[in-house]
Design a protein around this ligand. Structure first.
Ligand code: B12
Length: 215
């Protein structure tokens, strides 16, 4: 990696940490101008900053207001990068429904997953955050996606992932759809335990699993 590239990735991360909207927009534009792949600007730039914001929150250096701001700053950066993430002409790979489970408002990671899926040629139906189990079941029944992607960021909402899987079983829909789960508190073991088909530690790995499934 060149010095210039390193500097821009660092600036992307720092802009998130410093809650600097103008800085993040500028850094995203510089990343594009420098030919840094937009996905790299997300995963090795802004997402790194978001991790540090999380640590600062844990250490009580940052409070809820800073968390909210960091989320907003990342969204502004995503707005700059998104057109370029979606630009590529790619073959269509099928439908994926995504959403964050009930009681959980975290949607930044889920949005990145959705954006990367679209960039890879999937048709994404994004149900947003705080999505009820019934809603997921209904949409799987009506829209018949190949894949359902569920996100949970809180230890108290992780259980909802298992509830969705169970309700899909009860509705006789479980064998029609692959279920992939993601979000910071999850583990491979947990995903297995609740009967999901896969877990991914990050959005890129998640998209790669989805691609394998439809090959
Ligand atoms: C930003 C943020 C918020 C923002 C969310 C804004 C938004 N629109 O999303 C706001 C301020 C709203 C918020 C609120 C709260 N938050 Co908060 N938040 C965060 C923070 C700092 C970053 C999360 C984030 O966006 N990370 C960046 C993205 C890119 O990472 P990610 O979500 O993990 O996603 C990646 C992967 O996990 C994966 N992925 C995610 N989903 C999926 C899905 C699939 C299918 C796949 C394949 C992959 C995948 O791909 C992504 C990219 O690679 C985290 C700390 C942290 N480091 O995680 C705390 C954190 C998650 N929050 C926490 C808490 C406690 C809360 C609150 C309860 C605070 C409060 N006291 O009110 C509330 C709960 C609100 C609610 N009901 O949901 C705790 C959770 C602790 C726990 N174990 O349960 C954390 C861990 C902070 C901490 N260390 O204490 N939060």
């Amino acid at each position: 990696m060149g010095e210039k590239e390193k500097e821009i990735l660092q600036r992307l991360s720092n802009s998130i940490i410093n809650l600097d909207i103008e800085g993040v927009k500028q850094a995203c534009e510089d990343a594009l101008a420098q030919g840094i792949p937009p996905i790299k600007a997300v995963t090795e730039g802004m997402a790194q900053g978001m991790d540090i914001v999380g640590q600062k929150y844990e250490n009580q250096e940052y409070y809820l207001a800073e968390l909210v701001m960091a989320g907003e700053v990342m969204k502004e950066g995503m707005k700059v990068l998104e057109p370029y993430l979606k630009d590529a002409e790619v073959k269509r790979l099928g439908k994926v429904v995504v959403g964050t489970v009930q009681g959980d408002l975290h949607d930044i990671g889920k949005n990145i997953f959705a954006t990367l899926l679209e960039a890879s040629g999937f048709d994404v139906v994004d149900l947003g955050a705080n999505v009820s189990t019934n809603k997921f079941v209904e949409v799987v029944r009506d829209q018949k996606p190949k894949i359902l992607g569920l996100s949970a960021l809180l230890t108290i909402t992780m259980v909802e992932l298992g509830n969705v899987v169970k309700e899909l079983e009860n509705a006789d829909l479980r064998n029609q759809v692959k279920v992939i789960v993601g979000g910071a508190p999850l583990t491979e073991d947990y995903a297995k335990k609740i009967g999901a088909d896969a877990y991914a530690p990050d959005a890129v790995a998640g998209v790669n699993i989805c691609k394998k499934w439809v090959e």
